[in-house]
Design a protein around this ligand. Structure first.
Ligand code: MN
Length: 220
């Protein structure tokens, strides 16, 4: 099917012309190496949450593991970074490569729901996220984090991570902290909320599998 082939993206399991079997794999595999970090990401948007996360940053391992589970994304993230400096480069670069992987796996975005929003409670914290896989990069950020650190992790890096993500996934993503006092809960709620919103936005809309959900006819 032409349309299913068009939806295929990324570097894995490309359907070849003339093949009778349908291949709708929405997967990507990205490697990015700089003087500061070496990041490898594998993503399957239509997974079940199976993950292998080894970032060298303990707090980000925790966040990305729950991101995969709540998004039901099969996700591998391996990072070898200069954490002897601090966690900045690793955290930012993982956001960049994860964003690239989403863009590659989505391809031309045929059939997607496009929008997703979630209000996610985590104890006292209540975190709203809303995403539009628009092709335009924007981060709406109203997520005050009361402490500078959670464990050894600098909490200001959470925004850096999501900036890297939206710039490379080319999506609009808003975060609003509706309530919250505990930094760990606020950040964890934000990652879970974003995962749920993205899960909805990337999902294939029944009955509109062949449509690109834009009156412009393109989402890039
Ligand atoms: Mn936790």
């Amino acid at each position: 099917m032409m349309d299913n082939e068009n939806r295929t993206a990324g570097t894995v399991s490309q359907a070849t012309a003339g093949t009778a079997t349908q291949d709708t794999a929405r997967t990507a595999q990205i490697a990015r190496k700089t003087a500061e970090t070496d990041v490898q990401v594998r993503l399957n948007l239509d997974g079940t949450g199976v993950n292998e996360i080894r970032t060298g940053v303990g707090f980000m391992d925790h966040m990305l593991t729950l991101f995969a589970r709540h998004g039901r994304f099969d996700l591998t993230v391996i990072c070898d970074g200069d954490t002897y400096v601090d966690d900045h480069h690793s955290t930012e670069d993982i956001g960049i490569v994860l964003g690239q992987a989403f863009a590659a796996a989505l391809g031309e975005k045929r059939g997607i729901t496009r929008y997703g929003s979630t209000i996610l409670p985590m104890d006292e914290a209540l975190i709203l996220t809303a995403v539009d896989l628009s092709g335009r990069s924007y981060l709406g950020w109203d997520l005050p984090i009361p402490t500078e650190k959670v464990g050894s992790f600098d909490t200001e890096l959470v925004q850096e991570f999501w900036l890297g993500f939206v710039r490379n996934a080319a999506c609009t993503l808003h975060f609003r902290e509706l309530a919250g006092t505990n930094s760990h809960h606020i950040i964890e709620g934000a990652f879970k909320s974003a995962a749920r919103s993205l899960r909805t936005a990337v999902s294939i809309e029944k009955g509109a599998e062949d449509e690109i959900p834009s009156t412009k006819g393109i989402l890039s």
